[in-house]
Design a protein around this ligand. Structure first.
Ligand code: 6PG
Length: 244
């Protein structure tokens, strides 16, 4: 069962998410000497990233042991306003002493399939499983969720929801949203810790359906997130948790 933590408002939620990220980082470095995190995009996590950048505890982290990835990326250049990398860079990465080589962005400026295959190669090299096919094991995958129940760039009825082999794939969501590159369910579900960060009354019904409703992951992709052996946590503000 997922752990559900509810906070009174978005400010408390952002602080809790920042503390969560730093806490998992400290324990990962203590346990294994490094911390790998796949950041979420969208607007919800930005205040949390900004808080990490200013946290006393974060300033005590050895960022040379921390590797930053993304759960998904829009197929745009890194300086494009829609870039998830660009958002994280402005909110966090430009304000911490993380080595450039430890920031593993999706090359959104490339053609979608090329960006996806290059990112998959990056993951395979970084996680270098002894045996082919072993899953990529992030210490933490941060996820958001849309009002339609999508997460990362796994949207309802996408064939990627049934992906079993690839860790990364590209998808044209629709004409407006355009092409995305995303971790697939196997890559997300192999993580040691997966944490949803969701706020706002508009998502309350979807949160209730995803957590409490019948399994229908083709329609509610957030339900596909079921870590094989890792922990699943929902960090919610009281509005998003109103119906849970
Ligand atoms: C993205 C995210 C996406 C996001 C949700 C929620 O690239 O946009 O990965 O999955 O987390 O759409 O977005 P908001 O936080 O902006 O509501």
């Amino acid at each position: 069962m997922p752990q559900i933590r509810i906070y009174p408002d978005t400010e408390h939620l952002a602080h809790a998410a920042a503390e969560h990220l730093v806490t998992v980082a400290v324990s990962s470095i203590d346990d294994r000497g490094s911390f790998s995190v796949a950041l979420s995009g969208g607007s919800t996590p930005r205040p949390a990233y900004e808080q990490v950048a200013t946290m006393e505890l974060a300033s005590q982290l050895d960022w040379s042991h921390i590797h930053v990835f993304w759960g998904d990326e829009r197929c745009v250049a890194p300086h494009h306003p829609d870039s998830n990398y660009g958002m994280a860079r402005q909110a966090l990465l430009d304000h911490i002493p993380i080595p450039t080589r430890n920031v593993h962005r999706v090359l959104g400026e490339l053609a979608p399939d090329e960006a996806a295959s290059r990112y998959e190669e990056t993951l395979r090299q970084f996680f270098s499983p002894e045996h082919e096919g072993e899953p990529v094991t992030f210490d933490l995958v941060l996820l958001g969720m849309g009002t339609d129940g999508h997460t990362a760039s796994l949207f309802s009825r996408s064939e990627l929801l049934a992906e079993k082999r690839r860790w990364v794939a590209s998808d044209q969501v629709d004409q407006t949203t355009g092409w995305r590159v995303t971790l697939t369910p196997p890559a997300i579900n192999a993580a040691r810790q997966v944490t949803f960060l969701v706020s706002g009354r508009a998502k309350a019904k979807t949160v209730q359906q995803v957590i409490r409703g019948p399994r229908q992951s083709r329609l509610l992709p957030a339900q596909i997130v079921r870590p094989k052996s890792g922990n699943l946590t929902w960090l919610l503000d009281s509005e998003a948790a109103a119906l849970v």
